[in-house]
Write a protein of this length. Structure first.
Length: 242
């Protein structure tokens, strides 16, 4: 299942000029950063290691300027942004769901700078209400050092455990948290109830109390992330009447 997609048009390797343009995109960002934000951050993270180190400060300034809706003088990162695609080659990047797992499909054709610029300009075109959250994901992508995989998605999104690579969790974090802590109802439980359920499941997950040793760390991480989500949404415990 296609979850997010971005086309980036860029100069061919033999072209004397360096240009970049945006093509078709499907970038859902609700709830933020959404599948779209994860894809854009993944594009940056996957290519940041090949970007000239001297361009990193300019990249940081560009992200800040786009976040603030400032006018962007050209060129940036030695590439000029244009609207038409004439004479340019296309790269297409996708985030797909395979069952409940997330998977990136990167099209490796252009330079690292052109791919990163495409992701950053696409983020800058998002609605202001989602742009700040997505730009923070791009900044995390700029700091990433490592391969594409669950750890990278966890780093980009700030998620933990199974949620870091779960399509269902990104689509509806609160429902995932309810299911992880064993709440059947969609209504947000009270804070005290969340804490009690978390402590009970945490104890059961520990190897000293019968939990699976190999999965204990991931399970504890999942429970902690689910608790964090539900405590954010939980209603306060009712106050006894005086």
């Amino acid at each position: 299942m296609l979850l997010a997609e971005l086309e980036i048009w860029h100069s061919r390797p033999i072209a004397p000029t360096r240009r970049v343009a945006l093509g078709r995109s499907t970038l859902p960002v609700d709830p933020a950063p959404g599948f779209g934000g994860v894809l854009l951050g993944g594009i940056v993270a996957a290519h940041i290691g090949d970007l000239d180190a001297e361009l990193l400060p300019e990249l940081g300034r560009l992200v800040t300027d786009l976040e603030a809706s400032r006018r962007i003088p050209q060129p940036r990162l030695r590439h000029r942004l244009q609207v038409d695609h004439i004479g340019l080659a296309r790269s297409r990047h996708r985030l797909v769901g395979r069952g409940d797992a997330l998977d990136f499909e990167f099209d490796e054709q252009g330079t690292a700078a052109s791919q990163i610029l495409g992701a950053v300009y696409a983020a800058g075109a998002l609605d202001l209400s989602a742009r700040r959250s997505v730009m923070e994901v791009l900044r995390r992508g700029m700091r990433w050092q490592g391969p594409v995989g669950p750890a990278m998605v966890a780093h980009l999104s700030g998620a933990a455990g199974a949620r870091s690579w779960s399509a269902g969790a990104f689509a509806d974090p609160e429902q995932w948290a309810l299911e992880t802590l064993g709440f059947a109802s969609r209504a947000s439980p009270e804070r005290d109830e969340v804490q009690r359920r978390f402590r009970r499941l945490l104890r059961a997950a520990h190897p000293d109390h019968g939990g699976e040793s190999e999965r204990a760390a991931d399970r504890i991480s999942e429970l902690s992330e689910a608790r964090r989500i539900l405590l954010t949404a939980a209603i306060p415990a009712s106050t006894p009447a005086r």
